[in-house]
Design a protein around this ligand. Sequence first.
Ligand SMILES: Cc1ncc(COP(=O)(O)O)c(C=O)c1O
Length: 292
Amino acid sequence: MSTPFGLREVREAYRRAGRWLHRTPVLTSRCLDQLAGRQLFFKAENLQKTGSFKARGACNAVFIEKEINPASPGVVTHSTGNHGQAVAYAAKCAGLPCSVVVPRDTPKVKCSAIEEYGAELVFCEPSPRSRKETCAEIASKTGRTIIHPYDDYRVMTGQGTIALELLEEVPDLDAILVPISGGGMTSGIAITARGMQPACRVFPVEPAGKFLEKSLRSQERLWPNPPQFLDTIADAIRTQQMVVEAASGAAVYAALHQLEQVTPPPQKVGVILCGGNVDLDHLPWVNQMGLK
Ligand SMILES: Cc1ncc(COP(=O)(O)O)c(C=O)c1O
């Protein structure tokens, strides 16, 4: 099946959005290499603008919107926070108005960041359905364009620029570990890796309790309909001198403990540290230890 975007579009996204983004560093650690028994290359998207890789897809999508419609009434999205911050940032860079729908229980640090970028916050119930409906309502009332967090080729293409930079720096990677939720980042990275280094395998990493791997293998949708959120501290993927959020930790865990199961075992592995936005007031061990 042909895909609606490829390496060419990812390169275009990089030209379009690159000046609003950081080229994030690729970090290595001899100590972690020893623990893992292979070479690990950490792509530090926690140091990206807005604190997560999401700025890439959002900037690509918002600047495409501006190219297509210079008089655009703006953009609207729904997000637990990282994509919301990213779209708010991108809209500010592009000079477009922006509304962000967030569930009532979104960490405060993420809400404040969205508002600081000048976007309007709209609260909804903490369910995927409520988010979608509220977002659609705003779009139909205001004419703003919806920038979906992952089901949007402009967003996926922007996320592909992570792999573009990573494979430019380490061209002979034989695997990349990508924390997955909706799959926008994984899609962008997989398409880019196939174009640049076809031998490189891309492994999505999901928190325990999700059914993605089982569903793909059985070719059946095994999760509840409508979808429910998983109870996990990796809140960004429930659908530290270096501060990384729990979603990034999922890829680090997989790099250290799970690659033995893979044949042939990869030797040079990219690990996407996808974000660093941590709400310090809501770390589970802070509550457990009575530190609050
Ligand atoms: C920090 C972080 N990592 C990973 C993901 C998963 O990305 P995707 O939904 O594109 O699979 C998200 C999504 O919100 C995120 O915020």
